[in-house]
Design a protein around this ligand. Structure first.
Ligand SMILES: Nc1nc2c(ncn2[C@@H]2O[C@H](COP(=O)(O)OP(=O)(O)O)[C@@H](O)[C@H]2O)c(=O)[nH]1
Ligand SMILES: [Mg+2]
Length: 506
């Protein structure tokens, strides 16, 4: 095996090092920080977290372990046994007055959430008590209150977490439905990070091939066909990234909530439906057409899926200025929604056959909004038995998902709820029965970087072979774009690939 010349190694290091992105914390950022980590107010327990080089000082000055080894250790000013919860008195650092009886634990760096020395004081929770402990902490010279999210930020800067895990923690705290929780847990557990790292590794492997080619030249010290291998890999990568991008934004929609707008003519029962779904009188319901004017939105949990439902003004021709503004807003809401639910009154459709085509039967004002991929229909007022209940609902011959219901008599309501839930789960390929893999992209930010990576990979393929240095540059940018999703990229990885994957010299 041929040894790499020093110059070749240095030039490669120089090129590769430009991939690295490193954030260096400032001295203020390095200071010890403290904060109440549980919600403020009255409660069984409150947890105060202290992280940074002086955390241990807090332990030695404010924690009085009742008896046993740690008490002895304290006298000798020894470090408390790490990762072990101790029953203790929490005392004022100057007066030594007991502030509370509680528990304390010391997490020794780097085995803590922030990768710094961390102390947690578990106290009772009450406004006066918490404020006495927090003001005691303010007495320490090198301590300052933490900024929002600063513990997690330190975990990120210290390499404990990557950006997708940080986002996952935020989403997990904010999760209101089961599907949101599942998606967030996947991110916290490093699923997204691993996938991103794999993709980035693949780009780096391509890059390593180009780097070797630049330094040693195909056919001389290097086996033939290296460029072709890099091209093949890049093509595979493009296919994989395109596949992730064509996910119908499932991940983002589940994270932020599925936007479902209820629309239809006046008096069909749209506001009654919103009230039924929210189980309260959220919207005003009257027999007077044109009652709903503005958009009323509510967040609901439908079978674990977060759904933001909007009730809209009934669509009709009117001279009323305010109602017309409401109708305009209804159009906008329907256009920007993920799912359109058209509510129609059976009494208005005057249907007599088993099939109803809404391209003919729907009121004129409603028709333009029906033509979309995501339209479902709810036929209401089935209690008014004068009209036939259709077996099929179509739109210009194409079948639409539909349900028949009476909101006032509660007929078909459960079947509708179950059906809507199945429809949403099907549409977003979620739920326990789903065979498809959960979406990787959960934020617009990820999508933007993926699109960027795709463009650079394509640019690599478009670069003439005689310009390997330029081609390598495109790959470097592609790797950077993917690294932006996780927030870091390290040099060693690239070096490992260069030295291990290639048999340099034959
Ligand atoms: N008979 C009957 N009346 C209903 C039903 N659902 C709603 N309504 C009535 O229809 C009228 C209009 O309802 P509303 O929800 O305000 O309709 P919107 O204009 O589409 O929002 C009200 O008087 C409701 O009580 C139903 O299933 N059957
Ligand atoms: Mg209404």
């Amino acid at each position: 095996m041929m040894l790499l010349s020093r110059n070749a190694t240095v030039s490669r290091l120089w090129r590769i090092r430009r991939i690295a992105t490193k954030v260096v914390p400032s001295p203020t950022e390095k200071k010890t920080i403290y904060a109440l980590s549980t919600p403020p107010g009255r409660g069984g327990i409150g947890v105060i977290r202290i992280s940074g080089p002086d955390a241990l000082d807090v332990y030695t000055q404010m924690v009085r372990v009742r008896a046993g080894i740690d008490a002895k250790a304290k006298h000798k000013k020894l470090v408390p046994e790490p990762w072990r919860m101790r029953r203790c008195s929490i005392v004022h650092p100057e007066s030594q007055e007991v502030l509370d009886e509680g528990m304390a634990v010391f997490f020794k760096a780097p085995q803590s959430f922030t990768a710094e020395h961390t102390v947690e004081l578990h106290t009772h929770s009450g406004p006066a008590l918490l404020s006495s402990i927090l003001s005691s902490l303010a007495l320490f010279q090198n301590l300052r209150p933490a900024q929002p999210g600063e513990f997690t930020k330190r975990a990120l800067l210290n390499g404990r977490l990557d950006l997708t895990q940080v986002e996952g923690i935020k989403d997990l705290i904010d999760a209101e439905t089961e599907e949101q929780r599942k998606s967030a847990v996947r991110a916290v557990g490093g699923h997204v990070k691993r996938e991103m790292d794999n993709l980035r590794d693949d780009v780096i492997k391509c890059l390593a091939m180009l780097e070797a080619l630049i330094d040693f030249g195909e056919g001389e010290d290097l086996e033939e066909g290296v460029y072709d291998q890099a091209v093949e890999r890049a093509q595979d990568l493009i296919r994989t990234i395109e596949c992730h991008l064509s996910d119908a934004r499932r991940g983002e929609i589940v994270r932020s909530g599925i936007k479902l707008s209820i629309f239809g003519p006046p008096n069909a029962g749209k506001s009654s439906l919103l009230n039924f779904l929210s189980q309260r009188d959220a919207a005003i319901v009257t027999p007077i057409p044109g009652t709903t004017r503005d958009i009323l939105s509510l967040s609901l949990d439908i079978g674990g899926l977060p759904v933001i439902i909007s009730d809209t003004a009934g669509l009709r021709k009117t001279q009323d200025v305010i109602e017309n503004i409401g109708i305009e807003r209804a159009h906008q809401a329907v256009h920007s929604s993920d799912v359109r639910l058209c509510v129609l009154s059976l009494s208005e459709l005057r249907n007599t056959s088993s099939t109803i085509d809404l391209a003919d039967a729907a009121p004129e004002c409603v028709k333009p909004l029906l033509f979309a991929q995501n339209t479902c229909v709810l036929l209401n007022k089935s209690d008014l038995e004068k009209f036939a209940i259709p077996e099929t609902v179509t739109l210009a011959g194409k079948p639409l998902p539909f349900w028949v219901i009476s909101l006032t008599e509660s007929i078909g309501t459960q079947a509708f709820l179950d059906g809507l839930q199945c429809h949403l789960k099907d549409r977003y390929k979620l739920g326990p029965d789903s065979v498809s893999t959960p979406p990787l992209i959960t934020r617009e930010r990820h999508r933007t970087h993926f699109v960027e990576a795709l463009q650079f990979l394509q640019a690599f393929l478009d670069t003439p072979r005689e310009e390997p240095v330029l081609a390598a540059e495109e790959l470097r940018y592609a790797a950077q774009a993917i690294a932006k999703v996780t927030g870091r990229i390290d040099v060693e990885n690239v070096l490992d690939v260069v030295f291990s994957e290639f048999c340099i010299g034959k």
